[in-house]
Structure formats: structure tokens, C-alpha cells
Design a protein around this ligand. Structure first.
Ligand code: SF4
Length: 495
């Protein structure tokens, strides 16, 4: 089942003449309309399947032209929510009441054919679908759709039944015409004269059910390749090869203000982004080089590759990594990715690192242990430290001139074995391990993916086990062994 964003759901409703609040859709990457709609208006980022949009700041009221312009700019750019297809700018309306309506499918049973079900309530607002007592539940045939009069009769005594019946007739027609799985309008605004219009809506559909002539109506808006920088495209390719979790960067297109510290960020999740914006939003002396998000259970292999892209941003002076302090991914693994990225990058940055979440102590300990061997200074912070303290250290840590180093050489040639997802090439160097027992990398693997073949004197993958790309084997090999196991994580080619 796929979700259809509001602006596309509106087109379907409009095709059946269901009245809608006035609005204009601004696609990501397109010119802004001239003139812009007159405030007050609501901006609604269009992201298929997004829920709790208001809580995430994806729905905003704008009372002035300035608010409208800056809100559009923010919501049209990628954020922790990813890249919106665009923004719906919807007029504000005076309503005397709110209704709720939804159509869904009932697959029926042995005694009953599949049919549609209309849910209608004279109460709108969130949570209405849970208040079963206030809902009218009206089954309807998909082959013989109910007329306005049929619906009025089924609704019984409801004030404004004529307007409601007419409205619901078009609503059900839309649902049936496009073979939707769910169609929801919440709220439906009730105007002073008793007429109704859809204020917010969404739909869900099955791709296979979309008719050929309607393909365009259901297609997602593409974000053009030309809009993206080389590093953004590189991260896109990383995601293609290793889709689990979020790995995202977007470089800031605006020039850095004179004299501001240029901070490359790796913000882990929406919480990290929110904290960073709260900390630096009003500061003119801090310029954020990029937006970023590494969260949602991504592998350390992917964290490493995103970090390598972040470290490549020209003109950056310092790297800052932080989450909200409740990171979902294991922070020891994140620290392993940071260590690897800094030691293998030809353009490493001094780093301010705040690990928070599972194994945060181990993450911090790892970085503190390896810090003396790194080509740049690094500083770690406890998870309860607010990013203000990190920002206070930016000036002392930032490099005035971009550091360029020749990083340690990567293993070359055919790997001992290869993992496809998350992608990594494993090299075992038998000449660096002269003992009979298994090298420490074998016991370090949390997924029992590695096996010591004592006869062949090599490390092999265990059939049926899975590599989660955590880097623990390489960390242990470097710190407790002789570097006998190394992982090469190539960066994708970008045209
Ligand atoms: S082999 Fe094991 S320790 Fe090494 S990266 Fe894969 S899961 Fe992690």
C-alpha cells in the first residue's frame, strides 16, 4: 500500500468536484509563485505517508510575507524529514465547525461481498477515528454507489444533512473512481453558510490498482539530479547500496557570513537537528555547512561513508557530531565509524563528538583511546551536555587552514571475502597473525559472523550468519591484534 500526499489527494477530489480550501502547490526545485498568496496561510510540507506533521514543524501558519518566504525556503529544502515533494500553501478559512469523513475497504467474508465503508462524524480533529460512538458507519456497494439522497437517509437526523449528503456523494465517487484503499478528509470545514470544504486530506492506494491513464496523478514528484551536489549524489548512491536506516546530507547553498566558524555537522536524527538549531539558530558566528541525518538503525559502514562525504566538504573548519542523547544505534559502532573516517580521510577535521545512547561510554572510551594517533584533535562530550558547550569549543578546535594528509593506505587487490549488504571488503593478513588460536576479531563479532579456519590460517564468513557492518572486528584487530583483519569500505563512483 502506498501513501498519496495531500496535494495529490486534492487533485482526485477536485476531479469529482468535492470542494476544497483554496491552495497552491509549490514543487521542490520550482520557481516560487509570483505573487505569493496573501497571508494568513498555512504551509504544509508534502511528504507521502508523513504523520504528526504539525508536531514536526511540517505544517506552519504564516501571518506575514516574511514568515511565508522563510517558511517556504525551509520546507522546500531537505531536512531531518528528508526531501519534501513540495509545499502546499493553503488559505486560512473561518469555520464554524469541523467534520470528519473517511472511506475504506471491507474485504467481506463468506457471506458478504467486498464493499466500501464510509465513516462520518460531525466532530473533526485528531483522534476522532477512535471515538467510535460519535461515528456514522455506512457500508456501501462499490458497484452501485450511493446517491446524496441515499446518504441523507442513512445519516438520519443531522443538521445540514443536504450539504453533507452532497459532499459525501462526491467523496465516495472519488474513492471508487480511483480504486483507493483509504480516503480521509480531516477536518472538513463547515463555513458560516453551512457549506463544506476539505481542509486536509490524504489517501492510500495499491500501485497495481492505478489505471494507465491515472499514472501521472499517483506518481511521486522527482527531485532532479541537477539540484544536487556531488557529495549529495554520493550519499544517494550509498543509500542505494545500503538502504537500511537514514543517511542524508544536504550542503548549505548560501555563502558563509564573513568571520563565522564553518561547522560541518553530523546530526544523528531529528532530536540532534532540533538541539543544534535551538543552539545555533540565533548565532551569527556559527555557519552550518550542511544538514545531515544518520539515524534509524543504519550500519556503521553507512555512517562511515556519510562521514567521509561530510569530511570532504570544502571550507569546513570543524566537525560536530551529536544526537539527541537517546541514539537508537549503538554508539560504540558509531564511534568506530568516526575513528575510521577520520583516520582514512585525506581531509580530516578536528571533531567535537557527543555520543548518547546504547554503549555511549564505550563509544567515548574508544575515541579517547585512539585520539593521540589521529591527525586532528578530537574532543568528546557526555550525553547530558547540551550542544551549547560544544559550540563554545568551536573556536578553539576549528582549523584555520584546511588540513590535508596522506591517510594510511587501504588494502588493495582481491579481498579475502566480501559482504554485499552492507557492502564491505574484508581482508585477512595471515602474516600478521602467527598464533594458533583465533585472532581477536573472531570473538569480537556480535553476530558470530566470523570463523577461524585454523588449518587454512584464515578468517572466513559463517554460512547463514549475517554481518551487520558494525566494525567491531576491525576495531579489535587494530587495538588488540596486529591489524590482521581490515575492512575496505569504498566510496561509490558519482558521475
Ligand atoms: S564481521 Fe561482525 S564484527 Fe565485523 S563488521 Fe560484520 S558484524 Fe561487525
Amino acid at each position: 500500500m502506498s501513501a498519496l500526499p495531500e496535494y495529490k489527494t486534492r487533485v482526485l477530489l477536485d476531479n469529482e468536484k468535492v470542494p476544497l480550501v483554496e491552495g497552491v502547490f509549490v514543487a521542490a526545485g520550482a520557481e516560487l509563485p509570483d505573487p505569493l498568496p496573501e497571508p494568513p496561510v498555512y504551509l504544509k510540507a508534502q511528504i507521502p505517508g508523513a504523520t504528526s506533521r504539525a508536531a514536526q514543524g511540517l505544517v506552519r501558519r504564516c501571518d506575514s510575507k516574511e514568515q511565508l518566504e522563510s517558511g517556504l525556503k525551509q520546507l522546500l529544502a531537505p531536512g531531518s524529514w528528508g526531501q519534501a515533494e513540495g509545499v502546499l500553501v493553503a488559505n486560512s478559512v473561518n469555520m464554524k465547525g469541523e467534520y470528519y469523513a473517511a472511506c475504506m475497504l471491507d474485504f467481506g467474508n463468506a457471506d458478504e461481498l467486498p464493499h466500501g465503508v464510509l465513516l462520518f462524524s460531525t466532530e473533526g480533529g485528531s483522534g476522532v477515528e477512535e471515538r467510535a460512538a460519535s461515528l456514522h458507519k455506512i457500508p456501501f456497494s462499490l458497484l452501485n454507489l450511493p446517491s446524496a439522497d441515499d446518504l441523507i437517509a442513512k445519516l438520519g437526523k443531522v443538521a445540514g444533512a443536504q450539504a453533507i449528503g452532497k459532499f459525501l456523494e462526491g467523496f465516495i465517487k472519488t474513492y471508487a473512481r480511483y480504486k483507493l484503499i483509504v480516503l480521509e478528509a480531516n477536518p472538513i470545514g463547515v463555513l458560516e453558510d453551512g457549506s463544506l470544504l476539505v481542509v486536509d486530506c490524504r489517501a492510500e492506494f495499491e500501485k497495481q490498482a492505478v489505471g494507465k491513464k491515472d499514472t501521472e496523478l499517483f506518481a511521486a514528484a522527482p527531485v532532479t539530479k541537477e539540484d544536487k551536489t556531488h557529495l549529495e549524489r554520493l550519499v544517494d548512491k550509498v543509500n542505494e547500496a545500503d538502504p537500511a536506516g537514514t543517511g542524508f546530507i544536504r550542503e548549505n547553498r548560501e555563502p558563509a557570513p564573513e568571520g563565522a566558524w564553518r561547522v560541518a555537522t553530523n546530526l544523528c536524527g531529528g532530536g540532534g537537528k532540533m538541539l543544534w538549531e535551538m543552539t545555533t539558530g540565533a548565532r551569527k558566528d556559527i555557519y552550518t555547512m550542511n544538514e545531515s541525518d544518520t539515524s534509524g538503525g543504519l550500519s556503521a559502514f553507512k555512517s562511515y561513508r556519510v562521514l567521509r562525504a561530510i569530511l570532504e566538504m570544502e571550507d569546513s573548519q570543524v566537525l560536530l557530531l551529536t544526537g539527541s542523547g537517546m541514539g537508537f544505534q549503538n554508539q560504540h559502532y558509531v564511534a568506530a565509524a568516526v575513528w575510521k573516517a577520520i583516520r582514512e580521510s585525506p581531509t580530516p577535521l578536528p571533531a567535537l563528538l557527543r555520543f548518547g545512547g546504547t554503549d555511549e561510554d564505550k563509544g567515548r572510551e574508544l575515541i579517547e583511546k585512539v585520539a593521540p594517533s589521529l591527525p586532528v584533535p578530537v574532543k568528546t562530550y557526555m550525553p547530558h551536555v547540551f550542544p551549547n558547550a560544544m559550540v563554545d569549543d568551536v573556536a578553539a578546535m576549528a582549523t584555520k587552514q584546511r588540513i590535508k594528509v596522506t591517510p594510511e593506505p587501504q588494502p588493495t587487490g582481491e579481498p579475502s571475502f566480501r559482504v554485499d549488504v552492507p557492502p564491505g571488503d574484508f581482508f585477512f593478513f595471515a602474516d600478521k597473525w602467527d598464533k594458533d588460536e583465533a585472532p581477536p576479531c573472531v570473538g569480537a563479532c556480535p553476530n558470530n559472523f566470523l570463523f577461524w579456519n585454523a588449518e587454512q590460517r584464515t578468517v572466513e564468513p559463517v554460512e547463514g550468519a549475517r554481518c551487520i557492518g558494525c566494525l567491531m572486528c576491525e576495531v579489535v584487530s587494530l587495538l588488540e591484534g596486529n591489524g590482521e583483519l581490515r575492512i575496505r569500505l569504498d566510496l561509490p563512483e558519482v558521475d
